[in-house]
Ligand binder design. Structure first.
Ligand code: NIG
Ligand code: FE
Length: 413
């Protein structure tokens, strides 16, 4: 197995304490100013001060990479994307910019429903090609692990088609991918006015088919006014859990419907968005150890007030950040942009933002046993960045700071 020494690097990484980092731990970062990382067979063997790590090699044959004093951080983990879609919705962006609300466009049969029509019409090959383009763009921007949701099929056949495409992305790109079933993303035209009937169909037909297919390991739902109610969300998530799926949920994105409290009650892996979440809901999440998965580029794109990250950290809720990459509310696959918004518009420190985009996001994706920090034994997924400290990711705005992306010890972008 090839041994590789990455030397002359400014290393910054959160430390995996066995659970998502919350409160003051969110900002605790390990740093080596002249550091080195040792990998073997794609895994991290050691990291520390360069002299110490180099002396451990003891004349063992190895490959050496001089990182030129660059910042070296874990690869970004993007734990929330709808990146599997067939067509962009640029016209809708213009409507929203001019003032039509996001949920109004959905009510009129556009929005998510327009992406559903496009996915249903696309062949599996077309859907794969469209998805691949955006996933490779994310990889070049430093995302080495990604969650991808279904949810633009909204019938059994097309939800399974999306999940097969996601599985093919997993097999044919260097990224680690986790697949989420999101049949409850919107109520399809065929079920207009009959949300309960659609939830029945998901529970009775789609979930068993998804389990039989064996690609998705998590279930998600859009709990929102005019979409799925808290009661419907509870019913669906409980059924998904019984079937063996992990749970996550879009809650309180546009309106406060008490979704955060539901996330706490059910003890889901992570609760997504939370732009409008109230303090009681956040306390319930903190008590249950539910991760807040914040999607600041969606607030940016919908022009809404950002989620209250500071309050969440204060209440002991572990905060993760993700892109939410989708053709509607947020067409963004850039984790450096997310990092910048977290620091500048959610008032997180660069250290907290680093934890949010690596370690806590790995927990949110259910993959922290393998990725998310530069801990011994984890996959050697890391970035070389054109900055001296992680703050540089926010400081040098509007450009990619990513000079090189390594996945399992290999230079992949
Ligand atoms: O997280 N809110 C629901 N789902 C996505 C948007 C999907 C879309 O607009 O196509 C979100 O914002
Ligand atoms: Fe989303």
């Amino acid at each position: 197995m090839t041994v590789k020494l990455f030397r002359n690097a400014r290393i910054y990484t959160p430390v995996d304490g066995g659970r998502p980092a919350a409160g003051p731990d969110q900002g605790k970062i390990r740093h080596f100013e002249r550091g080195a990382l040792l990998t073997e067979g794609g895994r991290i063997v050691a990291l520390g001060k360069e002299e110490e790590i180099a002396s451990r090699l003891n004349r063992r044959p190895h490959m050496e990479v001089d990182c030129g004093g660059c910042c070296l951080t874990p690869g970004f983990v993007d734990p929330h994307t709808h990146i599997c879609f067939a067509a962009r919705r640029e016209k809708e962006f213009e409507l929203r910019r001019a003032g039509t609300p996001y949920l109004e466009i959905l009510r009129q049969g556009g929005g998510i429903l327009s992406s559903v029509r496009a996915v249903r019409a696309a062949s599996e090959e077309e859907l794969f090609e469209a998805t691949l383009e955006n996933v490779l763009s994310a990889l070049s921007l430093g995302t080495t692990t990604m969650e991808i949701k279904s949810g633009y099929g909204l019938d059994t056949e097309n939800e399974l088609k999306m999940l097969r495409v996601i599985d093919r992305i997993r097999r044919e790109t260097p990224l680690d991918i986790t697949a989420t079933f999101m049949g409850a993303h919107a109520i399809p035209e065929e079920f207009k006015g009959n949300g309960d009937g659609f939830v029945d169909l998901i529970i009775d037909e789609m979930i068993p088919a998804v389990i039989g297919q064996g690609i998705a390991d998590t279930c998600d739902i859009f709990c929102e006014e005019g979409v799925f109610s808290v009661a419907q969300s509870r019913r669906l998530l409980e059924a998904a859990r019984k079937a063996g799926l992990k749970l996550r949920a879009h809650v309180d994105e546009v309106h406060d419907t008490g979704g955060a409290a539901l996330a706490g009650e059910l003890g889901v892996l992570s609760a997504e968005h939370l732009l409008a979440a109230n303090d009681d809901g956040l306390r319930a999440m903190a008590a249950a150890g539910v991760i807040a998965d914040l999607l600041p580029a969606t607030a940016y794109s919908l022009r809404k007030p950002y989620a209250r990250a500071r309050r969440m950290i204060e209440l002991g809720v572990p905060v993760a950040c993700a892109t939410d990459c989708n053709p509607g509310s947020c067409f963004c696959e850039s984790m450096p942009f997310i990092f910048g918004l977290a620091v500048m518009n959610m008032d997180m420190t660069p250290e907290e933002a680093l934890t949010a985009t690596t370690l806590n996001s790995a927990y949110s994706a259910g993959m922290a046993d393998r990725v998310g920090s530069l801990d011994e034994g984890k996959s050697a997924d890391f970035l070389l960045l054109d900055c001296e400290t992680p703050a540089g990711i926010a400081y040098h705005a509007g450009v990619s700071p990513v000079l090189a992306v390594y996945k399992r010890g290999e230079h992949v972008a």
